[in-house]
Design a protein around this ligand. Sequence first.
Ligand SMILES: Cc1ncc(COP(=O)(O)O)c(C=O)c1O
Length: 376
Amino acid sequence: MNSEFPHDDIIHLNHAAVGPWPRRTVEAVEAFARENLHRGSRGYGRWLETIAATRELARQLIGAPAAEDVAFVKNTSEALSMVAFGLPWKAGQNIVIPAGEFPSNRVVWHAAAERFNLEVREVTVGEEPELDLLRACDGDTALLSTSAVRYDTGLRLDVQFLGNELHKRGVLFCVDAIQHLGALPFDAPGCQADFVMADAHKWMLAPEGIGLFYVDPQARDRLTLNEYGWHMLEHAGDFDNPSLAPSPTARRFEPGSPNMLGIHALHGSLSLLLETGMDRVDEEIREHWLHLEDRLRSLGCEILSPRQRRAGILTFRPSPDLLDGISLEEVYKRLQEAGVLCAMRGGGIRFSPHFYHATADLDRAVEHLSEILPGA
Ligand SMILES: Cc1ncc(COP(=O)(O)O)c(C=O)c1O
């Protein structure tokens, strides 16, 4: 058993929903709580150091040039909203998104379209998703927004190719990286991303309510601010300073007091991922994916996730023979009861393993599935 994840009676295959915390994150939260109990905020100076250290870890995960390019936000949706309601839109412009995105990456653009008189183009993508998206862009396209990895099928886009093509066309690129960061290496400047956002509670193994928002320094000034407070000012903390100038860094997107507890937790989780190394994390997840694919196919399940474009998500559907009259919902429910944490998405059952699993965990999950399926 992995000492960072001493799970009782569960096989956690649900990192694409809400991931578990590693031991060190739990210990960081406990220590922070105890410190508050006994010493109040006496150590605030050190807490600020933890913020700086966490921002540096976030920089490494995103591949940002500087820690100052990364803001802490509440969640992916908040950062998407900052982009949608911050850009200097011109009436008649359009925004391109893939059809069937997670609602967070749809609702903001439709809301902005209504407010600023824009068009949202939802593009059905096929075998070549990047080309399908690029074909939908024209001279009036201001921005393309996509998830780097689809929440339902786990389709991984070639964000490097897409970003470079968009850059040539002068179209801004916004990447919802919540299903990517923490599972795969990322290189924000390499994919010419203007905006990247991700909540930390999935593959980053941290609590809900703390997320990362990267803004390319060139794009930063283009975003009008809609949230204000003392903390986002250039001279934050110098309360007698009359200047109300926003910070030149991404801190301008952090209006008030930070989520100090969440940041302490995130520090623990990111330190584990980065000590492990994102290349190794990626490799382990890919091996788990292939192993599960093999076992599930042998059982007679149809794999709905694209093998050549896999990330951490493997969505599958048992054949009608295997189901033998029981519903997919029933299979899902019984998997939960057996302690196999997973989700129902994209017309199938979604497994999303992380790097720390042992192959035996995956085998046990498939054995549970096989016991549940009447036709197996
Ligand atoms: C692609 C994608 N975007 C966004 C979210 C959630 O956004 P938020 O961090 O605002 O809760 C999810 C959650 O499942 C998701 O899969």
